[in-house]
Design a protein around this ligand. Sequence first.
Ligand SMILES: CC(C)(COP(=O)(O)OP(=O)(O)OC[C@H]1O[C@@H](n2cnc3c(N)ncnc32)[C@H](O)[C@@H]1OP(=O)(O)O)[C@@H](O)C(=O)NCCC(=O)NCCS
Length: 180
Amino acid sequence: MHATPTIRAVPSTGYEELLSYLSALMRDSGRNGQPHFTANRDRDVYDKPFNDRIRARLALPLQRRGWIRLWIAVDGDETLGHVDLRASDRTADAHRVLLGLGIAKAHRGRGLGRALTQYAIDWARTNGHDWVDLNVFAVNAQAVALYRSLGFVQTGFHADRFRIDGDSVDEISMALDLRT
Ligand SMILES: CC(C)(COP(=O)(O)OP(=O)(O)OC[C@H]1O[C@@H](n2cnc3c(N)ncnc32)[C@H](O)[C@@H]1OP(=O)(O)O)[C@@H](O)C(=O)NCCC(=O)NCCS
């Protein structure tokens, strides 16, 4: 199915509602037939100080460095997937945003990852950003294929970036140039 999903922004006050979705998504990384896709699998997603920092960044206006914007694809009350964009804390790279993405396992392969990524790209362009950056594990072939098909090009290769469960994980950096 490649229906257009309902995508909505998550306000700073709504972040807590995502935690069970994020917990299930992250716990699966490198397990149950999934490639490693995050270095944060074993982080406590319910950690309050961490989440307070995320909420504070979600609440920042775009004029302030360090902002985060987060969108989810929903079906009623169910979160199907998410995409986020992050600004660094510097002004020198205020023309760039960093993308993160995830789709609930039961809802993969139906176009949601593509739709959410395209949504974030369109938002970045509309809001005057020139580049969308991301980091993806080389072993995560589906994600790499998705990003390539949307025009991202490889900008870096970080061999042995992480070691997870004894596996050496290479990381690829990719970027999409929005200036053309
Ligand atoms: C990677 C991920 C986001 C893809 O989301 P998705 O909703 O399943 O992807 P889509 O259905 O939109 O497919 C988009 C593209 O991904 C690739 N893709 C998806 N499923 C694939 C599969 N089983 N095999 C190969 N490529 C695949 C294809 O290029 C596909 O293009 P198409 O639409 O022309 O077929 C999803 O698998 C996921 O959440 N994985 C775990 C978290 C993760 O890896 N996040 C990214 C970290 S950088």
